[in-house]
Design a protein around this ligand. Structure first.
Ligand code: ZN
Length: 240
């Protein structure tokens, strides 16, 4: 089975459409590690897409939780808070209920697991090998997909030690555990502004990372037109 792994779409319709088109012949099933909304200008469209999509695993992200009103916004910076409040205003009650009912990770699928932040805490960032090694004790399956950092890549872990994954494709080695981040569809932060995703082939035990260019200018102009903080538009061009 080939899985399309998505994360951190962040209401970016242009990026999501580009990914779905680029990936369409590469996968059989879909997994999403959360943050459908927040930051971007198309939360309703992305929620509609999610409602029509059959996911093998779909977990909520911290922005989904915040936009649904399940979290106060005290940990959010000013632009994240402004976008969460805007998103709450523009969504209807059915859309907010959809966000509120998203599952909290970890969610298991066929031999792997999806989480938003870490296996322990959906709000926790796994940025470095040290954090990946600590998370290693809490993994339910050999392969776990995560998001939240908006950094494509991840870690392989063996006996309390972790090292970053360097190359694509990644051939999964026996005995190692893997924490794999497909990168962010809608707001990459690893210096590459192109939308990110990965494909996991469970039979071949291979993960391939991909980037796809999309209409950044259109996504930016919608963000500006909605009166959202301009920094949220500007950063899309930098991938930062
Ligand atoms: Zn996110």
């Amino acid at each position: 089975m080939r899985y399309l792994i998505l994360s951190d779409i962040h209401a970016n319709r242009e990026a999501l459409e580009a990914v779905m088109e680029a990936a369409h012949a590469k996968y059989d099933r879909i997994v999403c590690c959360g943050d459908l909304v927040g930051y971007g200008a198309d939360p309703g469209w992305v929620i509609e897409w999610a409602r029509e999509t059959r996911f093998d695993a779909l977990v909520r992200g911290n922005h989904d939780k915040a936009c649904a009103g399940l979290d106060d916004l005290e940990w959010f910076n000013a632009s994240a808070r402004a976008s969460a409040l805007w998103t709450r205003q523009v969504l209807g009650s059915g859309e907010l209920a959809f966000l509120a009912n998203l599952a909290r990770g970890p969610v298991g699928a066929n031999g792997f697991t999806a989480v938003h932040g870490s296996p322990v805490d959906e709000d926790e960032y796994i940025l470095h090998a040290r954090e990946a090694a600590e998370a290693g004790a809490y993994l339910d399956t050999r392969v776990t997909f995560f998001g939240h950092t908006h950094l494509q890549g991840g870690f392989q872990i063996l006996r309390n030690a972790a090292r970053p994954l360097r190359m694509s494709p990644v051939e999964l080695e026996p005995d190692w555990d893997y924490l794999i981040n497909p990168g962010s569809v809608g707001q990459p932060r690893d210096g590459d502004p192109r939308a990110a995703y990965c494909i996991y082939s469970s039979e071949d035990r291979v993960v391939e990372f991909y980037r796809v260019a999309y209409d950044v200018a259109k996504a930016q102009s919608k963000i500006r037109g909605a009166g959202l903080p301009r920094s949220l538009a500007d950063r899309l061009a930098r991938g930062a």
